[in-house]
Design a protein around this ligand. Sequence first.
Ligand SMILES: *Cc1c(COP(=O)(O)O)cnc(C)c1O
Length: 402
Amino acid sequence: MKLTSKQLIQLEDKFSAKNYHPLDVVITRGQGVWVYDVDGKKYMDFLSAYSALNQGHVHKKILKAAKQQLAKLTLTSRAFRNEQFGLFCKEICQLAGFEMVLPMNSGAEAVETAIKAARKWGYLKKKVKKNKAEIITCENNFHGRTISIVSFSTEKQYRDGFGPFTQGFKIVKYGDIEAIKQAVTKNTVGVLIEPIQGEAGIIMPPKGYLSAVAKICKKNNILLMLDEIQTGLGRTGKLFAYQHEDKAKPDMLILGKALSGGFYPVSVVLANKKVLGVFNPGDHGSTFGGNPLAGAIARSALKVIQEEKLVDNAAKMGNYLKSRLKTIKSSWIKEIRGIGLLIGIELTKASGGARPFCEALKAEGILCKETHKTVLRLAPPLIINKNQVDMAFEKIKKVLEK
Ligand SMILES: *Cc1c(COP(=O)(O)O)cnc(C)c1O
């Protein structure tokens, strides 16, 4: 017997922990930019699972690669080798321009991995005294939800009730070069930053910030660690968001989300040998990290980004959508910002927050999610075309001008 959306929502509300506040739409099928709910209503996905679906829902090529691998071999663990792993490593290293990669599953795990690598590098190479390593992070960061990661969150709710926390992090103002300079000590091993703060509400640092941070890192023998889990793989109209600036290439690049085109959790840390070379057998690991299914899916997901020129499309469609959004006359809009297809519409306090707008957009057939109460995040799959942007724009305009 097929359950109605109301029944399915009741089941979820009764049996699931309440760590999310989802919109009441029960999705059963997705294709490209579209998803369909159990009642047959069609929506355009303007969240893309927080940018994990850059290639769109159930991309045919990735599906084919996944199906083939699924029928053949799914997991070996890294106790043995598998035929996808070496190819995946080579392809992602070549694409991103690094010598080595360490694969994990979720984004948070990759961030944890980067922290471990930076610390170990600090003790082995920079000769920081035992247990003294410091990593500089920024206010309003979002890097995931593990205990160590929320240890340097400044979001009260992310920490409340979860202490005691992990030591060794310094938190400075985002976008402020002087603040980073002042936080540097002889024990600083890394600076961990998002090129654009996505969860904080699409916060863009001042121009030249990343280049300046990279320069400080180089001068002081510190690793620049960029979390591009949300901004990477085309989202901002460059393959990686740091490429919007000169000489901002990090020592460690952290990717996740769109690396699997939404099929399966795959994340990585990329770096050169001098950094990832610090790991020896047994130092770190993951049962599922680097498995052949993940390898086949990620290889195909990366190929789709390149073959379908999704980076260029994100730049073009992003510019187009932003220019159209700027024509909307609404007293609710405080600011429109972002780059590529990562766009935030900040609403005024008087608007009553972004949630009611998300509900109204849902009724119009557009799914998006508020971030930080007053920001509407617009982040459709990067395969979106001009007609679809126009269609979505008309609905966004209607809701915001109401
Ligand atoms: C989503 C996200 C993470 C965490 O990824 P998970 O897969 O949810 O653990 C980390 N950093 C950034 C910037 C993210 O957007």
